[in-house]
Design a protein around this ligand. Structure first.
Ligand code: F3S
Length: 284
């Protein structure tokens, strides 16, 4: 059996940078907190917990912290949360991915100039919640996730609109949603902020999935970019599995497999990808 592992599988630049930042703060010593789990991966989060890193869920918990360092994860945070962190007087280490930071800057600048902001993405994803929170003045952002929402969008057609995207959104779907807004007659300034790492990962996954008998997508069930990979691969390969690690791998489907493809979301550590690859080699 031939196994193809996507070259782009696993940690992206921003996630690696954030995880490395936490480990490097651990080395320096002192109390360390992350605002939310540093990545969508239970194994990494529990390893860090063992090293004394505590996850706090929101800024209301800051009152109980007298000393230490708070790390902002790669998803970034809203301006309100950022300001609360800074005014806490604790040491703040900002591991927001620079590509996400760039979106914050666009949203802050354009909303300050009076433009309406549209974010194409999932409204409940922390990255999108953070981006929306960089709108300043009286402007609030609208999040559009699907065609119905784009079709229902209503706003003053004389007003400028800036459209940005969640970094992990699917490029084709982003284009379709922008097209709907344009057809409705809106004057949109579109800034495609989808991350290249995401595009490359999705394109490579799509290609591998179209050539194999079984495709395995590894990642946490809460990881948005892994869910998108699963959707893309499922369209190309009927037998696509979504697993977090080897525990979820079904072997009863594997009798006549000749080619298996493997990819993984941006929060999946290399060792889990290797474990799945070895498991497939031995058991399938
Ligand atoms: Fe950053 Fe792109 Fe990863 S935006 S966090 S490098 S997917």
């Amino acid at each position: 059996m031939e196994i193809t592992v996507a070259k782009s599988a696993g940690f992206c630049f921003g996630v690696k940078r954030a995880v490395d930042t936490v480990y490097s703060e651990v080395e320096k010593g002192g109390r360390i907190y992350t605002l939310g789990p540093i990545i969508h991966n239970d194994e990494v989060v529990s390893d860090l917990e063992k090293k004394g890193v505590t996850v706090i869920n929101d800024t209301s918990q800051l009152h109980d912290i007298k000393e230490g360092c708070i790390i902002i994860r790669s998803h970034g945070v809203s301006k309100k949360v950022y300001d609360e962190l800074v005014s806490s007087g604790l040491k703040i280490v900002d591991a927001t991915c620079p590509f996400v930071k760039k979106i914050h800057g666009i949203v802050e600048k354009d909303s300050r100039e009076g433009k309406k902001i549209i974010v194409i993405g999932n409204p409940t994803h922390p990255e999108v919640e953070g981006i929306v929170g960089w709108c300043v003045g009286n402007n609030s952002a609208t999040v559009i996730e699907n065609e119905d929402e784009a079709a229902d969008f209503e706003y003053d057609k004389n007003n400028g609109i800036t459209v940005v995207s969640q970094t992990t959104f699917t490029p084709g779907k982003f284009k379709d949603l922008v097209e709907i807004l344009r057809k409705k007659g809106y004057n949109v300034n579109v800034v495609n902020t989808i991350c290249n790492a995401t595009c490359e990962r999705q394109e490579e996954a799509r290609k591998i999935a179209s050539e194999v008998d079984m495709m395995i997508v590894i990642g946490d069930s809460k990881s948005s970019n892994t869910q998108k990979l699963y959707e893309i691969c499922s369209r190309e390969c009927k037998c696509t599995l979504y697993v977090q690690n080897t525990d979820n791998l079904e072997t009863d489907l594997t009798g006549s497999l000749q080619r298996v493809g493997i990819t993984a979301g941006a929060s999946t550590p290399k060792n889990i990808i290797e474990e799945v690859q070895n498991y497939v080699r031995i058991n399938f």
